[in-house]
Design a binder for this molecule. Sequence first.
Ligand code: NAD
Length: 454
Amino acid sequence: MELHKQQQAFFSTQKTKNLSFRRDALKRLRNAIVEQEDAIAEAIYADLKKPRYESFLGETQFVLGELNAMLKNLEFWARPERVAANLANFPSKNYVYREPYGQVLVIAPWNFPFMLAMTPIIGAIAAGNTVVIKPSELTPNTSGILGNIIEKLFDPEYIAVVQGGVEVSQQLLAQRWDYIFFTGGTQIGKIVYEAAAKYLTPVTLELGGKNPCIVDETANISLAAKRIVWGKALNLGQTCVAPDYLLVHHSIKEKLVQALKDKIIAAYGEIRSQSTDLARIVSDRHHNRLKSLLEDQRILFGGETVDRDRFIDLTLVDEPDLDSPLMQEEIFGPILPIFAYTNESDIAKIIEGYEKPLAAYVFSRRKSFQKEFITRFGFGGGAINDTVIQIADKNLPFGGVGHSGIGAYHGKVSFDLFSHKKAIVKRGSWIDPPIRYAPYTWPKRIAKWIKHLF
Ligand code: NAD
């Protein structure tokens, strides 16, 4: 692939290792996004009917925040980091140098089509890599504007967008990269991992899962309902960290269901299909998939579907069978199954029946229950008494565990992710203790004693 060769040649010129070169690239990117923020929101609207307000918050402003953090800290994060040195190497100083991996491939999904393509490349650029981005084919308007922005700002030998679907993605994966950053479904994540293994290429896999949300009997029901509805309605449920299903203490189930209905109506009206504050489903395939998940289910609220608009209402489903397709796959849409539990062991039985999810949430006033929830279950990250917001803080790493992903990014963690940490010992020469050298005539007790110096 010609582009791959060009980027390889460009990386070896060493230009990307220069901090002002990286800074300049990040600044130009920031200016272009600020300038085109409205046009980007329009493109995302054309693809997903995502409300402009959601696009500003969750796409462009999020990316600008990441850019600002990188620009503010670049020199600090990039400088060789002095760490303590042990006595065994005396006299010496220890450093961790951060060096770019080289050629980075970023493959992005369609649900946050701008943010999930841009955020990883900001880390990759800041760390001094070249980048190829493959945005999603399902959001052609956003992928188009993203391509235009990058094309205008950068030579392809440095940063390039390659448009296309599965085949193009596979052609790219057949190349030898120095780092692959993939966001998408777990099944495709496995394909990416396999392709990377061929060349021992390190990967970050940002995948999905079935994110539980627990509401116990001590929770503030009205606030819990408001925050759950917001987290589920965002992008019409097509958010990787949205609550997938609810586990509610049986004593408050009825009250919570009523509160959820009230909050949905208060935010999105009696007829949600007319709401401009709700996005639409990305494709006919996903629309039909979600519709079929509703078959034979007991619907407590919602349930309306509008084919020509690819609209599915915010829908509450009562106690679905755990063997039904609704509970066998990640929902990734506005359907919320609700289960009542009595004992905390009921919760564990359901959550532990699934692979570790990307996110999990608990609404409770009980500190001991919050702690039990955090320490007992494996999941990427989460929130106590809220949903989704853990991804919005650059001080927190964002990523999954097990089937929900490998690795994490955002802020400093992104910078480190795209940097190899090269350990360097700078040794003094004015003294050279003899005990490591042959001939090994030192008594055994000396070798045993040396461990105290490490
Ligand atoms: P997807 O896995 O279908 O597609 C993601 C990307 O992979 C696209 O660019 C696509 O072109 C490419 N691709 C698809 N099939 C491929 C194949 N066989 N070989 C190589 N490349 C291929 O995911 P999606 O439908 O775009 O996104 C939805 C999924 O992404 C959900 O599972 C969601 O949980 C997950 N997700 C995770 C995060 C996260 O940050 N962890 C964020 C958003 C979405």
